[in-house]
Design a protein around this ligand. Structure first.
Ligand SMILES: *Cc1c(COP(=O)(O)O)cnc(C)c1O
Length: 362
C-alpha cells in the first residue's frame, strides 16, 4: 500500500491510525453486523458516538458549561451566512465588524451584506495579506453585533498570535485551519467555528461552539437548519446529520487525546513549523511569504528563488511522496500544510528534499 506525506490544505491527511480504525470497523461496526453509515442517526450506537464526541471536545478544548457544541451542514462557508443570520440582530443597528486577513474573511464580510451592514475595521489586503493588522478595542464600533476574524489564514500562512480584546462585543473566529492545534481560551470568544476537513475529519460539516446567551437573536428568515437555537435544542439532529463525519471526528479526537491532548500537540506543531521556517530562513534558495512575527504553524508558505523552478520542484517532490505542495494561486509558490496529523518525519522529509533541490539547482 502506498501512503504519501500529504501536504494538501484541505481536505487534508488524517492520522493513519484513524484511517485504519475506520477501515477495520467499516463493514461491521463493533459487532453490530452493519456499518455505521448504514444505521439510523437516532440509533443507540450513533447516540453514543455523538455524546462521546461532545465529551472529547469539551475535555480537549476546555469548553465551559455555558457554551453549546453544534454540528451544522455545509462546511465552514455555510457559517458565513449562518453567523449574520443568527447574530447580526444582537444589536438593533445590525452591524458587524470584520478584520480582513485573507480571502476567507473577505468572503465572510461579503456574505454578511445580505443580512446587515458589515464594517471593515482593518485589512492587510494591500500587502497581499502577509501579516495580521493590529487593532484596538476602540477601533470596533460599539454598535457592532460581533467582530469576525479568521484565526489562521490557510492560503497566506499567517495567524493571530494573540486575539483582539473586544470588551462586550462577541468575538467570532473562523478556526477552520487550526482548531485544536494550539491552546486557546474558549471564554475569550462568543463563537468559534471550523469546517472539519483541515484538522478534525471529513469535509461537509462545521463544528460551532457558541456561548449560550447568543442563541436568541436569529432573524425571522433564518433557515430552520441553520438556526443555532434549534440546533442546540435538537442536539444537531433536526434532520439526518452526516453520521460518518461525526464518527470520523470522534476517532480523530480520541487519537488527539491519546497523543497527550492539545498542549502536547501544540508543542509538536511548533517543532514541526520551526523545522521548516528555520530551514527556509537559513537558505537563499527559499523565501517565506508571511511576515515572521505572524507566521502560522499550520500552513507554511514559501517561494523559490528563482521562482520559475517551482514546477520542477513540485514534480520532483511528488515523485518522492511529498504530495500537494502547490501554493494557492493568490500567493503563488509552495505551501506545506502541516496540520495535527502530519508527523514530524513528514516535515523532516520535506526539509531534506528542499535542501537537495536547492543544492542541485544553484
Ligand atoms: C478551508 C477554509 C474554509 C472553507 O471551508 P468549506 O468547508 O469548504 O466551506 C473557510 N475558512 C477557512 C479558514 C478555511 O481554511
Amino acid at each position: 500500500m502506498k501512503r504519501v506525506y500529504n501536504f494538501g490544505a484541505g481536505p487534508a491527511m488524517l492520522p493513519l491510525e484513524v484511517m485504519e480504525k475506520a477501515q477495520l470497523e467499516f463493514l461491521d461496526y463493533r459487532g453490530l453486523g452493519a456499518g455505521l453509515i448504514e444505521i439510523s442517526h437516532r440509533s443507540a450506537e450513533f447516540d453514543s458516538i455523538i455524546n462521546h464526541t461532545d465529551e472529547l471536545l469539551t475535555e480537549l478544548a476546555g469548553i465551559p458549561a455555558n457554551y453549546k457544541i453544534l454540528y451544522i451542514h455545509g462546511g465552514a462557508q455555510m457559517q458565513f451566512s449562518a453567523i449574520p443570520l443568527n447574530l447580526i440582530n444582537r444589536h438593533q443597528a445590525q452591524k458587524a465588524s470584520f478584520v480582513l486577513t485573507g480571502n476567507w474573511a473577505v468572503k465572510a464580510s461579503k456574505e454578511a451584506t445580505r443580512y446587515g451592514k458589515p464594517q471593515i475595521i482593518a485589512s492587510s489586503e494591500k500587502q497581499n495579506f502577509s501579516f495580521i493588522p493590529s487593532i484596538n478595542t476602540s477601533d470596533i464600533d460599539p454598535d457592532s453585533s460581533y467582530l469576525h476574524i479568521t484565526s489562521n489564514n490557510t492560503l497566506f500562512g499567517t495567524r493571530w498570535q494573540e486575539f483582539p480584546k473586544t470588551g462586550d462585543i462577541p468575538l467570532v473566529a473562523d478556526m477552520t485551519s487550526e482548531f485544536l492545534s494550539r491552546r486557546i481560551n474558549i471564554s475569550d470568544f462568543g463563537l468559534i467555528f471550523a469546517g472539519l476537513q483541515k484538522n478534525l475529519g471529513p469535509a461537509g460539516l462545521a463544528l460551532v461552539i457558541i456561548r449560550e446567551d447568543l442563541l436568541d437573536y436569529a432573524l425571522p428568515q433564518t433557515p430552520a437548519l441553520l438556526n443555532y437555537k434549534t440546533c442546540a435544542e435538537q442536539h444537531s439532529l433536526s434532520n439526518t446529520i452526516n453520521t460518518f463525519a461525526i464518527y470520523m471526528m470522534s476517532l480523530v479526537l480520541q487519537w488527539l487525546k491519546d497523543k497527550g491532548g492539545v498542549a502536547a500537540m501544540e508543542q509538536l506543531n511548533e517543532a514541526k513549523a520551526a523545522l521548516l521556517y528555520d530551514f527556509i530562513d537559513r537558505s537563499d534558495f527559499y523565501r517565506g511569504t508571511a511576515q515572521p512575527a505572524h507566521r502560522s504553524t499550520m500552513n507554511v508558505t514559501f517561494n523559490l528563488n528563482p521562482e520559475h523552478k517551482l514546477a520542477e520542484f513540485l514534480a520532483q517532490a511528488e515523485a518522492r511522496g511529498l504530495y500537494a505542495l502547490k501554493g494557492h494561486r493568490a500567493v503563488g509558490g509552495a505551501r506545506a500544510s502541516i496540520y495535527n496529523a502530519m508527523p514530524l518525519e513528514g516535515c523532516q522529509a520535506l526539509v531534506d528534499f528542499m535542501a537537495e533541490f536547492a543544492e542541485a539547482n544553484t
